[in-house]
Design a protein around this ligand. Structure first.
Ligand code: IVH
Length: 663
């Protein structure tokens, strides 16, 4: 009997897998949705009766996990690099010339693939079963998003292979249709729209609740097959075919090109036809087919020398600028935003574009009512390129003299591009400050979304960041769209944020010019919030990378009575004001600052940086008197000259390896 059930379950699973493959990967379903649902329901019933038979690769197990508190990071099997770009045909020809020079007289072939605009993902399979999915992260370490990735229907939970372990790398994308639909839904729910399908895909994979990922229609296209961090087959084309055989979705629009001309033809063809595709493509990736030749060509610090991304030009369209609205940011800066007559740019409807500030509006000479050219390129927010025709009638934009949100006074200071609302209690500023404070990466207060912050501020429940820590369950439950469960979850998240280290608190305060990195440096240098708050401008400048402008900003921030009061209240609610013990405690390079320049023979820039940091040192981006060592590789440029001028010791990779403990 038990054997019988086991067999029945296995049969159902295989059937379902096959239909999932036909539907989600090949887009050629053989049965109706209802029939498919029927199979799934039978399997669910059997598994409910025999929970001991449930395995993680069962099609019922795509969404199993509960929301998590954060992502764990893990190292990649080999760095996930990015690609150099060719912005036109001439640059593609240059690339080909470099390849030819390096390969000598050998013939070579290119594999041309579409460059899908999404989020790259590395997915590991053990004995054919999906075990882990990592985002690109910083290229060396990625975020473990396995639970979320499992919900992507075209990403197989189980594949056909004899390899005990392998890794598929590829792109997670959202179809344009799904993107437009998602944005409509978000608008209805009072949530901000995603700027483009790429952000939507990335946002959907990087949410803590897999149920949210599951509700978004995402796709995974594989483009690399690795075993132990290196290509398994001798030819890239072969890898792609093998991936397809295993059950992955591999983009059918690819070509094995025997010559540059064939590659150019592929690029031209898709540049003209890209709107036919249901997803966004921002170019063509050309890769040298032979893996042996790839090794001969090698890598620079950032990208392989055997591949290039040919970028399609940004899409442009004409439309009417119907109005200019003003948004108020966290620092009180007023940003003019163009409201456009909706226009489709490569299948995505664009109805707003940023205008940055008054200077930009003047530079463009744009007025309300004008016909303008707008552009959307890959991942950026749409922008107004130029005026095509003056509107009849048209009217000039004038920055309001009072804040559109609170009515407070607006001024534009000497030498500043932005006009600012001076009222530090302006609700728009407060909302932005709270959003920044709670954001992922800062204080990580999950669940404190846009709509909730609006309600909290509008109802006067939160008048300062510190008020977050005094919110009561009853207050939250009384809000719209808020159940008791989510309310207590949010309160728990707020509680947990008290543990965040000093650098996060400092960053969360939203001091102008103090981002993540500067906050960390300040925390490391001074060790306590009180010391930073008390320091004068000169003292502040003793910290690495803190110049006069940043020092003044920090100094002024802590002289503002309103901010001092905030600091005192945050102290009372128990946030961390002291650097946690143990950080920067030691390591052979503690207290030393390095600058990297040129290409090192073995280490990528990220690897060199990671080694230095692991040994307690710091890496700065430019050479100054505060630099202790410059690590120089091939083709080092102006930084090397600067180091020589300042008499800073210059070392090579071998010396760096020695200083960081060999290897
Ligand atoms: S190859 C070292 N192939 O583009 C090789 N990338 O700018 C790197 N992408 O991070 C990737 N489609 O997210 C490759 N067919 C394709 C791609 C592709 C999209 C993305 C990928 C990568 C970025 C590089």
């Amino acid at each position: 009997m038990a054997e019988d059930v086991r067999r029945q379950i296995e049969q159902l699973r295989n059937q379902i897998r096959r239909h999932e493959y036909l539907y989600y990967v090949l887009d050629q379903p053989e049965i109706s949705d209802a029939e498919f649902d029927g199979l799934m329901r039978r399997l669910q019933e059997l598994e409910a009766q025999h929970p001991e038979l449930i395995t993680p690769d069962s099609p019922t197990q795509r969404v199993g996990g509960k929301p998590r508190e954060g992502f764990v990071t893990a190292p990649h099997s080999s760095p996930m690099l990015s690609l150099d770009n060719a912005l036109n045909e001439a640059e593609l020809r240059d690339f080909d010339r470099r390849v030819r020079n390096l390969l000598g007289t050998e013939p070579y072939r290119y594999v041309a693939e579409l460059k899908l605009d999404g989020l790259s993902l590395a997915v590991r399979y053990r004995d054919g079963i999906l075990v882990r999915a990592l985002t690109r992260g910083d290229g060396l370490q990625g975020e473990d998003v396995t639970e979320n990735a499992r919900t992507i229907r075209s990403l197989p939970l189980k594949i056909e292979t004899d390899l005990p372990e392998l890794e598929a790398r590829g792109e997670v994308i959202m179809l344009r249709g799904a993107f437009e639909h998602l944005n409509e839904e978000r608008e209805k729910a009072g949530l901000p729209r995603f700027a483009n399908p790429r952000n939507a895909a990335a946002g959907s994979v990087r949410v803590l609740d897999p149920a949210i990922t599951a509700s978004r229609r995402l796709d995974f296209y594989a483009y690399f097959l690795l075993v132990d961090g290196t290509p398994y087959y001798e030819s890239h084309w072969e890898s792609l075919e093998a991936l397809a055989r295993m059950g992955f979705k591999v983009n059918p629009h690819r070509r094995l090109c025997q010559s540059l001309d064939e590659l150019l033809a592929f690029c031209r063809d898709w540049e003209a036809r890209r709107d036919e595709l249901p997803y966004e493509t921002d170019g063509v990736v050309a890769k040298i087919d032979s893996v042996r030749q790839q090794r001969v060509l090698g890598w620079t610090a950032k990208a392989p020398r055997w591949a290039i991304a040919y970028k399609f030009p940004a899409r442009q369209a004409e439309t009417v600028l119907e109005d200019i609205e003003v948004q108020v940011g966290r620092t009180g800066a007023l940003t003019p935003v163009a409201r456009l007559r909706p226009v489709s740019l490569g299948g995505v409807t664009v109805s707003r574009a940023t205008l940055h500030n008054e200077d930009e509006i003047e530079r463009l000479g744009v007025q309300i009512g004008d016909v303008v050219l707008v552009e959307r390129s890959g991942d950026v927010i749409p922008k107004v390129v130029r005026v095509v025709r003056a509107g009849e009638p048209r009217r000039p934009f004038r920055m309001p003299e009072t804040c559109p949100v609170c009515g407070g006074k607006v001024v534009r200071q000497e030498g500043e591009a932005a006009s600012r609302c001076l009222n530090t209690n302006c609700p728009a500023r407060l909302k932005e400050s709270i959003r920044h404070f709670a954001a992922r990466g800062v204080m990580d207060i999950d669940g404190l979304g846009e709509a909730l912050v609006d309600q909290l501020v509008d109802r006067g429940l939160v008048k300062s960041i510190a008020d977050l820590y005094e919110l009561k369950l009853e207050q939250l439950v009384a809000l719209e769209r808020m159940g008791e469960k989510s309310a207590s979850k949010i309160l728990a998240n707020i509680e947990r944020s008290r543990e965040k280290p000093l650098a996060r608190v400092l960053w969360g305060l939203g001091i102008p010019f103090v981002g993540e990195r500067t906050a960390q440096i300040l925390a490391d240098t001074f060790g306590s919030l009180d010391k930073i708050a008390a320091a004068d401008e000169e003292t502040l400048q003793q910290a690495e990378e803190v110049g006069p402008k940043v020092a003044r900003s920090i100094y002024q921030f802590f002289r503002e009575p309103h901010n001092r009061e905030l600091v005192e209240r945050l102290r009372r609610v128990g946030l961390r004001f002291e650097q946690e013990a143990g950080r920067k405690a030691g390591g052979p390079l503690a207290g030393l600052t390095f600058v990297l320049t040129g290409t090192l023979p073995h280490l990528t820039r990220e690897q060199a940086k990671a080694r230095i940091e692991a040994a307690g040192g710091k890496v700065a981006s430019s050479v100054s008197r505060k630099t202790n060592y410059v690590v120089a590789g091939a083709e080092a440029g102006s930084k090397l000259e600067k180091a020589r001028e300042l008499g800073i010791p210059i070392i090579d990779e071998a010396k760096l390896l020695e200083m960081t403990g060999g290897g």
